[in-house]
Design a protein around this ligand. Structure first.
Ligand code: MTE
Ligand code: HPA
Ligand code: MOS
Length: 766
């Protein structure tokens, strides 16, 4: 079998652009489906004195108004840490916390009922900031501490020691499809859920827990999502699915619960804002000898995925650099905000951005080129991270070299300096971001996946696995793997929905691992089927063509099966499968894959949590208007370690989109809180994400196809999250442009996101 997979198209491309694609609920919605609406807390922290639903219940068309008293099972939606009620009982802890659920025959009746519910609160003191939480030692769980070498001793030997702080902001996911779920009663003691979720398994577990049912009685089916970006892995997604199940249980009818955009923005958790205090010790040559950092994550009111997000942040705190003495601490802060949740990169971008800020600070202090500081410190193969994993096939240095070539760095730097000399009201700046991103769930055991393949008598194929399609095209990639293995065309494969009846216990589609895990599982299932089909092929090649073959001689290619010495004497895949059926060959196969060498010990902060790393670098050139702070991103260059892509076009799409999302996080997406703990931006009109006009004029991406020992299926590497961090280059470029206005070794505080307002404030501070 050839190693290299054929290029392929996006399997849903045509149906997406022609509008035929159906998303969550489109296929199962019917006339008469009940409408559910959430009643949520309007207070960040309060005692619930009274929740009066009597008036609402009497409104025409209202079928039920449910509170925690109507939960037959356990009122618990916290996952993986059981610390969050589905419906508040005596206290609310954030604005947006569900208190009751209205179920009605129409949207109108439901809305009317919402207004008729009377809730009496007694306000309690609320906290929103990391500082307040730290002051009260209000943490959601244990505080990780990772240590290597001896930091205190090392600081004493350094030429320079600096201390500073860095903050990274929240971010709204802006998936196109809002949170939603449809619940349908099954034939007998069964509820079928169609949630917009990245984890069928979590939805099944939570819904069963809420109803006090067995998991076998809850079926979850997920066709595809209109985007997720981590926002459909955790808290609110499980809550919405469980509430829909609860409504279905009480009304014995199909129910839909679907958030409006403004509800979704106001009630769903965001990327965790972080703040970090650090102390860095380095020598004249820019070499970092000691690094001590405390990373604080604002987790919000309940744990949700905060502990895992923080864990990835502290594991990413070294970013791409070998630091012999490091002490990294993490603090999961509990506040009265929405429970923050997974968001592309999952704490990685925060840890990486903080370290990149340290690099920039060192460069600024030494008045050296920031790329040089990166080169001096970048990992070489064989060096150990602060948690003890050995970095192999290190290529950060190579990435920087390629980036300099791609961007014609020296010339660009000269041009930028010259431009700044000649212009006083418009300034240009260059910024770089180097990134090393660890791949695998840090909860090691969930690095597992299953696939199930059925061959139909006509040679067409049903392919199920546990990865949810959310735009990243995991369904195309896994189908390509199966098509390649069986030598068939992509259009003979149906990429099935994720369904708990076909694939149980699936890990969430997250951590960029979906193709690694599910692709490997599908490969195993396809290989199993192939091994069963080969004897049938040998028999019919002999019978039909009088060709004698051994197992090793048989080729599956282009829907044909033949002996490698007789390519013209073939049988078709369709003929082969129909022969196999008649011969009573089992035409279904299950594949299971686990990454079982990974481990991470939370007590010692040591282990080998990652299968491998994905490296890459980005350089941005920006222009700022000194008077208004308006930014123009002029040029962006990215080099990305693609290893052997399964689908290069898809991977370029992922790199492009991830960069844009990171660029938005760093420069324009702003979530300000009011004094009550409510985000001011709750519509797209007040939340600015990069649009087409914000794209750079020059945008070049080099996919670096290096052959890798440590990679995944067919030599590929994960691509979903790692390029997100590249967006940080725009922030450093803006800072560089601002610094061109200042005296040499002066530093400047530039708030993130670097909005025009933040830029003007930073300039005024100079
Ligand atoms: N790409 C699109 N178009 N839509 C998404 O929701 N999610 C990202 C990334 N790329 C996302 C996306 C996130 S957060 C992750 S973890 C990965 O896709 C998950 O899919 P993968 O494991 O198949 O890369
Ligand atoms: N990344 C993303 N999602 C996750 C992880 C992780 O490491 N662990 C649990 N969910
Ligand atoms: Mo991605 S944040 O791991 O869903």
């Amino acid at each position: 079998m050839s190693k290299k997979i054929k290029p392929a198209y996006h399997i849903s491309g045509q149906s997406h652009v022609t509008g035929y694609s159906r998303f969550i609920g489109d296929g199962v919605k019917h006339q008469g489906i009940l409408v559910a609406k959430m009643v949520v807390s309007t207070k960040a922290h309060a005692k619930l004195l009274e929740v009066d639903c009597e008036k609402a219940k009497k409104i025409a068309g209202v079928r039920a108004v449910l509170t925690y008293l109507d939960i037959p099972g356990e009122n618990q939606v916290g996952h993986p840490v059981p610390d969050q009620p589905l419906l508040a009982e005596t206290e609310v802890n954030f604005i947006g916390e569900p208190i009751a659920l209205v179920v009605a025959e129409s949207e109108k009746a439901a809305t009317k009922a919402l207004a008729a519910i009377d809730i009496k609160y007694e306000a309690l003191p609320a906290i929103f900031s990391i500082e307040e939480a730290v002051g009260r030692k209000n943490f959601l769980g244990p505080c990780p501490k990772l240590e290597t070498g001896d930091v205190e001793q090392a600081f004493a030997t350094c030429d320079f020691v600096l201390e500073d702080m860095v903050g990274t902001p929240a971010q709204e996911h802006v998936y196109l499809e809002t949170q939603r779920c449809i619940a349908v009663p099954g034939a007998e003691h069964e509820i079928i859920l169609y949630p917009a979720s990245q984890s069928a398994n979590a939805v099944q577990e939570i819904a069963a827990q809420i109803l006090g049912w067995k998991r076998k009685d809850i079926t979850v089916d997920i066709s595809r999502l209109g985007g997720a970006f981590g926002g459909k892995e955790g808290g609110i997604t499980n809550a919405i699915a469980a509430l829909t199940a609860l409504a279905c249980y009480h009304c014995n009818s199909s129910v839909e619960l679907k958030l409006k955009r403004y509800e979704d923005q106001a009630w769903s958790g965001k990327r965790h804002p972080f703040s970090a205090k650090y102390k860095v010790g380095f020598n004249k040559d820019g070499k970092i000898i000691a690094y001590k950092a405390a990373l604080y994550a604002n987790g919000g009111a309940y744990t949700d995925l905060t502990l895992s997000v923080l864990e990835r942040a502290v594991l990413s705190a070294d970013n791409a650099y070998y630091i012999p003495n490091a002490l990294i601490e993490g603090y999961p802060c509990r506040t009265n905000l929405l429970p923050n949740t997974a968001f592309r990169g999952f704490g990685g971008p925060q840890g990486i951005f903080i370290m990149e800020s340290v690099i920039e600070r060192v460069a600024q202090h030494l008045q050296m080129d920031p790329i040089l500081i990166r080169e001096v410190n970048v990992y070489q193969s064989g060096q150990k991270t602060h948690y003890g994993q050995i970095v192999s096939e290190a290529c950060g240095e190579d990435m920087l070299k390629r980036l300099k070539t791609l961007s014609q760095y020296q010339q660009l730097k000269k041009d930028t300096e010259l431009f700044n000399k000649n212009n006083s009201l418009v300034k240009r700046g260059l910024g770089v971001l180097l990134s090393k991103f660890g791949i695998a769930f840090t909860m090691s055991f969930i690095n597992q996946a299953s696939a199930l393949i059925w061959l139909y008598g006509d040679g067409s194929v049903s392919l199920s696995h546990g990865a949810v399609e959310m735009g990243q095209q995991v369904h195309t990639k896994v189908a390509q793997i199966v098509a390649h293995t069986l030598g068939i065309s992509l259009d003979s494969i149906r990429a099935e929905s994720v369904n708990t009846k076909r694939i149980a216990n699936a890990s969430p589609t997250a951590a960029s691992t979906a193709t690694d895990l599910n692709g490997n599982a599908a490969l195993k299932a396809a290989q199993e089927l192939k091994s069963r089909l080969i004897p049938v092929a040998i028999r019919f090649l002999k019978k039909d063509h009088n060709v004698d073959s051994t197992v090793e001689d048989i080729i599956f290619l282009d829907n044909k099966i033949y002996d490698k010495s007789h390519p013209d004497q073939f049988i078709t895949f369709k003929e082969l499968v129909s022969h196999a059926y008649v011969m009573q060959v089992d035409l279904g196969a299950h594949g299971f894959y686990k990454a079982d060498k990974l481990f991470y010990d939370r007590n010692t902060g040591k282990g080998e949590p990652f299968s491998y790393f994905v490296n890459g670098a980005c350089l941005a050139q920006v222009e700022i208007d000194v008077l208004t702070g308006k930014t123009n991103v002029l040029k962006v260059f990215i080099v990305h370690e693609a290893a052997t892509s399964i689908n290069k076009e898809i991977d370029i799409g992922q790199v492009t989109g991830a960069f844009c999302q990171g660029y938005g996080w760093c420069t324009m997406e702003e979530l300000q809180l009011n004094s009550e703990g409510r985000y001011l931006a709750d519509t797209m009109a007040t939340y600015k994400i990069p649009g087409i006009r914000d794209l750079p004029d020059v945008f070049e991406i080099e996919m670096v196809e290096l052959k890798r020992e440590k990679a995944s299926v067919f030599g590929s590497k994960a691509v979903g999250e790692p390029p997100y961090t590249y967006g940080g280059a725009t922030y450093f470029a803006i800072k560089n442009a601002i610094l061109s206005l200042a005296d040499n070794d002066k530093d400047v505080q530039l708030k993130m996101p670097a909005t025009p307002e933040a830029i003007v404030m930073a300039i005024e501070e100079l």
